[in-house]
Design a protein around this ligand. Sequence first.
Ligand SMILES: [Zn+2]
Length: 90
Amino acid sequence: MKKKKIPVRMCVACRENIEKKKLIRVVKISDTELTIDETGKVNGRGAYICPEIECLDKAQKINSLGRALGVKMTDKLYNELKRVILRRGL
Ligand SMILES: [Zn+2]
C-alpha cells in the first residue's frame, strides 16, 4: 500500500512545516504587488503563513513575507491577512 503524502509548506514566521491547505498563501503578482491567494490557483511565486495572529505579527515585525518574495509588504496587505485569519475563526 502506498502512503498518501500530505503536502506541507513552511510558515515564513514560525518556520514550521504545516499542512499546505491550512496555511494562507501570499503570491507575488508583479514586482511591487502581493495578493492573498484564497483559491490556491493564483500563478506566481508564493509564500505561506499560518492562520495565526501571532505568526502574522511576527512576520510583520521581521518583514519575513516581504523578504521571502522580494516585495515590500504594505499595511493594507497585513490588514487583509488579519481579516482572513479572523474569518477562519481559529
Ligand atoms: Zn507560523
